[in-house]
Design a protein around this ligand. Structure first.
Ligand SMILES: Nc1nc2c(ncn2[C@@H]2O[C@H](COP(=O)(O)OP(=O)(O)OP(=O)(O)O)[C@@H](O)[C@H]2O)c(=O)[nH]1
Ligand SMILES: [Zn+2]
Length: 367
């Protein structure tokens, strides 16, 4: 997985039934799992950044001299294999991107992460939001609307389940002090940015965006658009109904919008001495989710929640078989270790967070 300990073996990775081919080596190295299709040896690599009625917008030669967005369809040989935004794909046919041309996607690369949601918590049918994002930036307001613990829990579970590292931005700190709210999450290893009307921590956020694909999520009215526009000034023109990604793409019906983040585009980046904290130059992706109104978690596997709490998860093998790890679980090794102070000062808060998430969201059998 992408951000927690990777020393466990490969069996712990989520299994995506579509991942039997890969076009890029995974970060785990290159096990020879590729099904070679020599007939497409000359295929061009790209990344899907929009899906609209069976047509895919694919970015080719990212940051290169021939960068372009082309339109593609799925080759019939892919059969029922799905193609979603964020997928790394291989293309054949006309990849020029000239108006009216259509390329063919012949391979889909193995996904490192997959962010999904259900329609509601009882629905096990999942919809993919984005593949291969490695961070989720959760935007919560300190007030107006009031922050809600359960809502943040919900985002965290979605991130943990996807194998994505969560980050938190608290906006509107000029209206209220979020300290009390944040105390509920003290046990989590969560990076928190505080943002107010006249004090947006753009350089600090920029530093975590460079080199990453970060999905932005947040409830309506929390100031997500304000933040996105500040981080990606060119997005200003793009808010509303037309989503321009690189100036060439138009993607209206997918629930995600890919915006290129470039640290050099931040306000005052060129003014001498204007950036004492100095965001590293570089680019990344801000993936906005204007169409995502809710995060149903009917598909979530409790093992994925546990895995986000590496220190506690390790103790689970000392638990009685079928232990729920909840407050009423007899002889739970986690509770015993925390009570014995084995997990340090933040141990109790971490266990409480884990129990809260397991109680509220985890389906499936006890592990
Ligand atoms: N006081 C204060 N107001 C803010 C701050 N950030 C955003 N706002 C205001 O909050 C309101 C909502 O901001 P938006 O950026 O439109 O919120 P959003 O999360 O994109 O909401 P939707 O557009 O409904 O998805 C706007 O009136 C903003 O000006 C902040 O840090 N402090
Ligand atoms: Zn237990």
């Amino acid at each position: 997985m992408t951000w927690w300990s990777t020393d466990d073996d490969e069996d712990d990775e989520p299994e995506f039934d579509e991942s039997d081919v890969r076009v890029r080596p995974s970060r785990r190295g290159s096990r020879p799992r590729t099904k070679q299709r020599p007939e497409h040896a000359d295929a061009v690599a790209g990344m899907v950044i929009g899906v609209d009625r069976g047509r895919y917008s694919v970015l080719i030669d990212e940051n290169g001299p021939d960068e372009r967005v082309i339109t593609a369809a799925r080759a019939s040989e892919l059969r029922r294999k799905s193609v979603v935004t964020g997928d790394h794909v291989d293309l054949v046919g006309d990849t020029s991107g000239e108006p009216g041309t259509l390329s063919r996607i012949v391979r889909v690369g193995e996904r490192t992460t997959l962010l999904r949601r259900s329609a509601d918590d009882t629905d096990e049918v999942e919809r993919v939001i984005v593949a291969n994002a490695d961070q989720m930036l959760i935007v919560v307001a300190a007030a107006n609307p009031e922050p809600r613990i359960r809502l943040l829990d919900r985002y965290l579970v979605a991130a943990f389940d996807a194998g994505i590292r969560p980050l938190l931005v608290i906006t509107k700190t000029d209206l209220a002090d979020p300290a009390e709210f944040l105390r509920n999450f003290a046990g989590l290893d969560l990076t928190v940015f505080l943002s107010g009307e006249d004090s947006m921590p753009l350089d600090e956020i920029a530093r975590v965006l460079v080199g990453h694909r970060t999905v932005f999520v947040g409830h309506s009215g929390v100031g997500k658009s304000t933040l996105v526009n500040a981080l990606v000034p060119s997005a200003k023109r793009a808010t509303g109904h037309v989503n321009v990604v690189t100036g060439r793409g138009r993607h209206t019906s997918s629930s995600t919008v890919w915006l290129r983040f470039d640290a050099a585009d931040l306000p005052d980046a060129d003014a001498p001495g204007a950036r004492p904290s100095g965001a590293e130059p570089g680019t990344g992706w801000v993936i906005d989710t204007p169409g995502v109104r809710s995060f149903g978690l009917g598909h979530v596997d409790r093992a994925n929640i546990l895995r986000a709490f590496t220190d506690l998860d390790r103790l689970a093998e000392r638990c009685p078989r079928g232990c729920t790890h909840l407050p009423d679980a007899p002889d739970c090794a986690m509770a015993e270790a925390v009570a014995a102070g084995e997990l340090g000062e933040t141990g109790p808060a971490r266990l409480e967070s884990l129990q809260r998430l397991l109680t509220t969201f985890a389906g499936g059998t006890a592990v």
